[in-house]
Design a protein around this ligand. Structure first.
Ligand code: NFS
Ligand code: SF4
Length: 648
């Protein structure tokens, strides 16, 4: 059986049907090993948390001042906190603070990349500009002159434009937003008064607005939540992706593999985890350079693998295989085969050092704000990146001698998975069919009904729901109904493990119309095989690529994004970032599914606005559905209605 078929069949055969924690047989194998090794995982800690607090679940507790904590009883009294805030107000304030958390994480991530580009332009860093075409496209959209200028000169102006957004003291909207979003959206957001100016100012204002005794209007707070979603969309996702592509290159299709079986029993295994390609790209570079040193200690080489979005970043640009998604981070260590896990920012569990202490695995932190008391801290700066990366790789090599073969168990599951589907790569593949109007073949097939519509599936794992289950079941149903699927984040890694991201997946999962289109594009683009039925578009930051694709499709058709036969879904969301990204998607006009109930149900008003009324304002709305087939059906109905409205 070929590698990719393992991926397809092991889920189909229901090997893992009996475990409520995950559908991934590799993960279940390791969970059993964890029990044997007496290691606690997120699943055990979750069990200890049960039952979780009902007030928190509904979003009706408030700690915004020291008169609290206050909580509202949805079934009786108290109906108000000490200051008089009711459930609607408390839920709306808490939601905005959650979205602030997401937007702050993502805009700080882009700011780190921005400073790295700044130092690179000034010749003060260990990085180069690899995405030359991106320098031109980003400059062009920002209205920066490119004729007869070097990449470095142009990039210096791009850096200045980005800093100007973060230092914008005027009431003008962020330039990155107005340069990127379709004009129709910008006008709509202006009409609603939700155009963000300076991302840092918006975050500060929202924290102020939600503090005790300021905004008492739930509706006003919800409008600020939409605005905060736009902060994430443009200061976080869009700026982050643009700058990372300038530094590290525009991704192009690349063949790789996924699941814990990508770890090697005879190589030095290094896991990159977190979100910053500044760290993970350098580790990749130095792992290649120091391969011989690994052989000198008796290993056959160095095996890199990624977890979470760092994994997605280095898959997209370097073809590094993915060990797994968020809920697999502890599993990777429990294999006993990992010499070193290097983390930077976001989504690494504080537990990993404790898990690592049961094995020989070293954990290395690299960023001042992302430290773990039991880890080695090797601070990474743009001008020391080479030396630090070499030090970290050498630390892993030296640790190979400490691996205890009796503790090693690498599950024999790995699946062929492709990555690298940037918008540039997708348009490139389509231009093999129509060089003049690359989007025409896709749009023609949508009109003809071969492609019924498109869905972007994004976001995390969440210990409250069975790992990968909702994602896989929902996507199977959508593909069978000829919906084209693009994926990012940890859901992309989920799908990569079960054969959705290799050419064989087209025959296994896609309906006839979609299969024919994937085959035609794949052949024309010279892949010699169909396109995978789910296109891996990258990390969570790379959700901007989905936004760019939607904008291009809407522009081609001369309609609003809100009119397109598309939907979005975060079936297993966990992080605040997933909430802020979802809010941006709604503001873009997209129907957005949540497969985990967000803490808003304590307010009937907030729930109604987000799942109903907001559609009248921006064209998009949220819906919550825990059953993956029902969720897919709701998206299919929505797509059908949008098709009908477009007259197709
Ligand atoms: Ni997105 Fe990436 Fe995964 Fe969720 Fe975390 S890694 S930025 S937040 S858990 S998808
Ligand atoms: Fe209680 Fe109001 Fe203070 Fe919140 S802000 S803790 S509801 S008194």
């Amino acid at each position: 059986m070929s590698e990719q078929n393992i991926g397809q069949s092991y889920y189909a055969e229901g090997i893992s049907a009996n475990d409520e924690r995950s559908i991934d047989p590799a993960v279940i194998e390791i969970l059993h090993k964890a029990e044997k090794d007496n290691v606690q995982t997120a699943h055990d800690r979750y069990a200890e948390q049960l039952p979780q607090c009902g007030f928190g679940d509904l979003g009706v507790c408030c700690r915004n001042c020291l008169q609290g904590p206050c909580r509202i009883n949805p079934f009786g009294s108290p109906r108000e906190g000490v200051c008089g805030a009711n459930a609607d107000l408390i839920v709306a304030r808490n939601l905005l603070r959650t979205i602030v958390g997401g937007s702050a994480s993502q805009s700080d991530h882009s700011y780190i990349a921005l400073q790295c580009l700044d130092e690179t332009v000034n010749g003060e860093s260990n990085y180069d500009i690899r995405g030359n075409a991106k320098v031109i496209s980003v400059a062009t959209k920002l209205g920066i002159a490119t004729e007869g200028r070097s990449d470095n000169e142009i990039a210096a102006d791009i850096v200045a434009a980005a800093y100007a957004d973060f230092g914008n003291h005027s009431s003008k909207p962020m330039r990155w937003l107005t340069a990127t979003a379709p004009q129709e959206r910008v006008d709509k957001w202006a009409e609603l008064g939700i155009l963000p100016t300076n991302p840092d100012r918006e975050i500060r204002t929202a924290m102020h607005q939600t503090s005790m005794g300021v905004d008492g209007s739930p509706i006003n707070l919800l409008l600020s939540s939409l605005k905060m979603g736009l902060v994430d969309g443009y200061a976080g996702l869009q700026m982050g992706t643009d700058i990372q592509d300038i530094l590290f290159g525009i991704p192009a299709p690349v063949k790789s593999a996924a699941n814990l079986g990508v770890l090697s029993s005879d190589k030095v295994n290094i896991i990159v985890h977190g979100h910053m390609p500044e760290v993970s790209e350098k580790i990749v570079e130095w792992a290649k350079k120091l391969e011989e040193e690994a052989k000198a200690v008796g290993a056959t080489g160095i095996q890199l693998a990624g977890v979470c979005c760092s994994g997605n970043e280095v898959l997209m640009r370097q073809g590094v295989p993915m060990a797994g998604n968020y809920l697999s981070q502890e599993m990777a260590i429990i294999t006993g085969a990992v010499e070193l896990m290097v983390v930077d920012i976001q989504c690494f569990m504080p537990s990993i050092t404790k898990v690592a202490s049961c094995y020989h695995t070293k954990v290395v932190t690299t960023v001042p704000i992302g430290q773990l008391p039991e880890a080695e801290y090797i601070p990474f700066t743009p001008d020391t990146a080479d030396a630090k990366a070499a030090e970290i790789v050498r630390m892993a090599i030296a640790n190979f001698a400490h691996r205890d073969p009796r503790k090693v168990q690498i599950p024999d599951y790995r699946c062929e998975a492709w990555g690298g589907f940037s918008v540039e790569a997708i348009v490139g593949a389509l231009s093999a069919l129509d060089a003049e109007k690359p989007l025409k073949p896709l749009v023609d097939n949508i009109i003809a009904g071969n492609v019924f519509g498109a869905v972007g599936v994004v976001g995390c794992n969440n210990v409250k729901v069975r790992q990968d289950f909702q994602t896989v079941e929902m996507i199977k149903h959508l593909l069978a109904n000829n919906v084209l699927v693009v994926a990012t984040g940890c859901t992309a890694q989920a799908l990569s493990k079960y054969g959705f991201m290799n050419p064989d997946g087209a025959a296994a999962y896609a309906g006839d119309g979609l299969k024919a289109v994937l085959t035609a594009v794949g052949e024309a683009a010279g892949l010699g095989a169909p396109l995978p039925p789910v296109l891996h578009m990258g990390s969570c930051v790379d959700n901007s690529r989905i936004g760019d694709l939607l904008g291009a499709l809407a522009g081609y058709l001369g309609v609003s994004i809100a009119d397109l036969p598309v939907a979005a879904s975060a079936p297993e969301l966990q992080h605040e970032k997933a909430v802020s990204i979802g809010t941006w998607a709604v503001a873009l006009g997209v129907l957005t599914h949540c497969g985990v109930v967000p803490p808003i149900l304590g307010s009937p008003l907030v729930t109604k606005v987000l799942t109903d009324d907001v559609e009248g304002l921006v064209g998009g709305k949220f819906f919550v559905e825990l059953d993956p087939i029902k969720a897919a059906d709701t998206m299919l109905e929505h797509i059908a209605a949008k098709r009908k409205a477009l007259g197709i």
